[in-house]
Design a protein around this ligand. Sequence first.
Ligand SMILES: C[S@@+](CC[C@H](N)C(=O)[O-])C[C@H]1O[C@@H](n2cnc3c(N)ncnc32)[C@H](O)[C@@H]1O
Length: 387
Amino acid sequence: MTPAARVAAAIEVLDEILAGAPAEKALTGWARRSRFAGSGDRAAIRDHVFDAIRCRRSFAALGGAETGRGLMIGAMRAADTDPAALFTGEGHAPAPLSAADGQGAPPEGRFAALDCPDWLGPELEASLAPDFEPVMQALRLRAPVTLRVNARKADVEEVRRALTDEGIEAKPHPLASMALTLGAGARRIGNSPLYHEGLVEIQDAASQAVVEALPLRDGQRVLDLCAGGGGKTLAMAARAELDLHAFDIAPRRMKDLPARADRASVRVTLHDHDSLDRAGTFDLVLVDAPCSGSGSWRRTPQAKWDLTPERLDELTAMQDTVLSEATARTAQGGVLAYATCSLLSRENDARVAALRASEPGLDLQFERRWTPRDGGDGFYLAVMDRN
Ligand SMILES: C[S@@+](CC[C@H](N)C(=O)[O-])C[C@H]1O[C@@H](n2cnc3c(N)ncnc32)[C@H](O)[C@@H]1O
């Protein structure tokens, strides 16, 4: 496909997303209908689409309309490229610009220029203080692909060399000891034997840093109470000889965890409600809570625009519920760890303060925050001792 045909395809996909389709579904649907497209085309179209969703507000202003076409015109203007170069109408290119496209103008106001929803801007700014603008700018850019080397099976240097032999550039990431950030060739990682044999997992560097900060020791009985796909479960398993248990309120989210654990050569006991109730208390309980995901908006940019004040209220209520469940499952003398990939104080330290006000006997050992400026997703971690 020509560069212009890729832009035309991105416009088609973006229109579906703006009409309410989830981004992944719209991209997969387009790929199924377009067998002529190669993997390079699909990757380029995906990049156009995700870049445009991340910068939806500013690109729509620059492009003169919040449509697929307007966003792609805006994207080109944001990159100081004349859209007329690709909007030619020739072959499969988008139609030439006309009066109907409007003029476009720079986004009005600070929050619009930062691609931040107006209603959330003040709260994000209060939470991030002087980091607000640089963090919002960072959220407008693509996130790197980062691997976690499975310490049970390999070391970082050995994996880096093997990746180089496969033509995939990789370099250590400063946030976590087992993290490798991929450069050229990153898209090939899904086909790499290193991945299929469980030597590496794809995991954000700050997500790895959260697990590295946990006070894990051999022999502990540990519960990952919000296990989801098990990213942090497996990272914990690689750190120490644990008696490791996993639960998620939506059990289907854990469906790949047994196969992933096998591949990584670790053991995890999966629970349903009944077995968890019979399992007693744990030396360490990790709550990787459902949240706004504001720290990972680079990867899931649609979530930035879909979040509403009502949904944020629901999420904080869920965080309080899961934290009080987790406290009850933490042994006396044990550790309760609370993590989110949110940048909002309301979902982070404010939830910990509310919990400690209602549950006496929880001492705060430490809190840490990461933002995309550190090179990974935004994360928050609080580690508490239960006395
Ligand atoms: C941020 S995700 C977890 C991601 C996962 N830990 C990882 O590293 O891949 C939050 C998870 O919490 C689950 N969840 C929400 N409320 C819960 C509850 N009350 N108890 C247990 N899990 C819950 C959701 O289904 C979701 O899978």
